[in-house]
Structures are given as structure tokens and as C-alpha cells.
Design a protein around this ligand. Structure first.
Ligand SMILES: Nc1ncnc2c1ncn2[C@@H]1O[C@H](COP(=O)(O)OP(=O)(O)O)[C@@H](O)[C@H]1O
Ligand SMILES: [Mg+2]
Length: 274
């Protein structure tokens, strides 16, 4: 059983150049897959293709089956917008690097959260208010009432990302896609958001597709990884195997530089530098 099955996914721009070439992978229920690669390697375009959210000038081909259990797998490529709207949020949700991508700057957080809750759970009145507060409390926002009553610009970057995660979780998706969700945040907030994702994904038994250019971050939250370079997958396997014996030269470089950074940090720490 799979939640997501990607087969020979290719994404091409109008001039025929490929930004994603024949990418295949799958995600099982409860699995956490990391997608790693340098900037421009096609990670985000892969994620957007899965959600049926590619920019109009890019065309996807191949197979993209999304769904499981009561939401039988459906082909995303070529699906009508009406069908995609039923799938987005409920079967799979996405969290972006910049939380303002998902949040409306002119609407209070509570009101934004009320839309998916009303639409998918049929909640209204007091039940809806309670659901909004508990959705914000689940992502460990102190004083969820304050956040619900705030506009996105009135809260911190970390709180905005937590609110965007609450939005993504509102319809209880089977798969959460997180595309560099911590890259724009400072290091302490980054660690908190990773811990939060770890907790909610486990608690809800969701699948996770976690995208990052940073192997150290990916290794903290996933158990399998897929390494992308220039639009293609160059290596995949369990995190342990990849860290222990990377096969592709690019993966070896990634692992070596992550270890170097680790050592440098350890040395700095021991010498009292940090
Ligand atoms: N709208 C677009 N039209 C054409 N090419 C694009 C468009 N958006 C992104 N690209 C190209 O697609 C490639 C992959 O981009 P992306 O998936 O965003 O990389 P990553 O997320 O791994 O940093 C890049 O070379 C980028 O320049
Ligand atoms: Mg990206």
C-alpha cells in the first residue's frame, strides 16, 4: 500500500528543457522520506507536481498517484482543478519555506483556519471556534487565542510557520509535504519546528515527504532519503545506509561536508567556542 506513487515524473518548461527527469519513488503510510539536493535540483518542482500546483508554464508527464484507504489513489497529472481541490489538504498538504505563501496577509489567522475546518468538517459556531483554538494549540502556539486574533504580520516568523503547519494539518491529510520548512528560520526556531513536525507526524500516523538542501536537517526527521541532482534522482536508500556508504560522488560530498560541519561544531563546542 502506498500514499504516493511517483513513476517516471518529468517536468518540462515551454522550451522543452527538463527541470525534473524521470523521477520515481513512493511513500508508504507512516513513512518519512527525505528529498535532498542542492538548490535548483528540482525538489520543489517535484513537490508542486505532486500537489498539482506547478506554474502554468511547466508541464508534468508520467504517473503521479496520490491517495490511500478511503481516498482511493487518483492520478494527479491531467486531473481537473475541481478534483485536485478535493485532494489538496485532505489527502496531501504542503508547507512551504515561506509561511506567507500559505497565509493570506489580510486575514486574521483564526479566520484563515476556519475555512478548511468549516469546509471539510462542517464545523460552525462554538464548535468551530474550539477547533480553531485546538488546531493552534496542537502546533504548540502559546496563547492560541492571541494568534487566532492576529494578522500574519503581527506574529513572529516561527509562529507564522506554526500557523501554516496548523493550516496544512486542518483537514487531516495522510501525507504532509514540507518543502524547506525551516530554511528561513533562525537555528533555535528551526530546531523547534523540526521537533514539532516530528511530534505531529508521529501522533497522527501521517506520511512525511521532507525536502531540504541540508542533509543534517533531513537526517533528523526522516528514515529514507532520495538524493536529487540536476532534476534526476542519483541515489536512494535508508538514511543509515546513505550516511554509512554513499555511492554517488555527489552524495559522498554531501555526507563528507555534513560530517565536517559536525566535527567543526564539536571542536568549537569543546574548545568553548560555542
Ligand atoms: N516557472 C519556471 N519556468 C522554468 N523553469 C523553472 C521555473 N521554476 C523553476 N524553474 C527551474 O526548475 C529548476 C528546479 O527548480 P526547483 O525545483 O525550484 O529547485 P529546488 O527546489 O531543488 O531548489 C531550476 O533550474 C529552476 O530554475
Ligand atoms: Mg526548492
Amino acid at each position: 500500500m502506498k500514499v504516493l506513487e511517483v513513476k517516471d515524473l518529468t517536468v518540462q518548461s515551454g522550451d522543452g528543457s527538463k527541470v525534473v527527469s524521470s523521477v520515481s519513488f513512493s511513500v508508504e503510510p507512516g513513512e518519512r522520506l527525505g528529498l535532498i539536493g542542492e538548490s535548483g535540483s528540482g525538489k520543489s518542482m517535484t513537490a508542486l507536481a505532486v500537489m498539482g500546483l506547478l506554474p502554468a508554464e511547466l508541464k508534468a508527464s508520467g504517473g503521479l498517484l496520490l491517495g490511500t484507504g478511503k481516498d482511493a489513489p487518483r492520478q494527479i497529472i491531467g486531473a481537473a482543478e475541481k478534483d485536485l481541490n478535493e485532494i489538496r489538504g485532505r489527502v496531501a498538504s504542503i508547507v512551504f519555506q515561506e509561511p506567507l505563501t500559505a497565509l493570506d496577509p489580510l486575514m486574521k489567522i483564526g479566520r484563515q483556519l476556519s475555512e478548511p475546518l468549516r469546509r471539510w468538517k462542517g464545523l460552525k459556531g462554538e464548535g468551530l471556534q474550539k477547533a480553531i483554538i485546538s488546531a493552534l494549540a496542537e502546533v504548540s502556539i502559546n496563547k492560541p487565542e492571541r494568534i487566532a486574533a492576529s494578522y500574519p504580520y503581527e506574529i513572529s516568523g516561527g509562529e507564522r510557520q506554526r500557523a501554516a503547519i496548523a493550516m496544512a494539518l486542518a483537514c487531516e491529510p495522510s501525507l504532509l509535504i514540507a518543502d524547506e520548512p525551516t530554511t528561513a528560520l533562525d537555528v533555535t526556531v528551526q530546531a523547534e519546528i523540526l521537533a514539532l513536525l516530528d511530534t505531529v507526524v508521529s501522533k497522527r500516523g501521517m506520511s512525511l515527504l521532507f525536502i531540504s538542501h541540508d542533509l543534517a536537517v533531513v537526517s533528523r526527521i526522516t528514515d529514507h532519503v532520495l538524493v536529487m541532482k540536476d532534476g534526476s534522482v542519483v541515489e536512494s536508500g535508508s538514511l543509515t545506509d546513505i550516511l554509512r556508504s554513499p555511492q554517488h560522488p555527489y552524495t559522498r560530498d554531501l555526507v563528507a561536508s555534513a560530517k565536517e560541519l559536525d566535527n567543526a561544531l564539536a571542536i568549537a563546542k569543546n574548545s568553548g567556542g560555542i
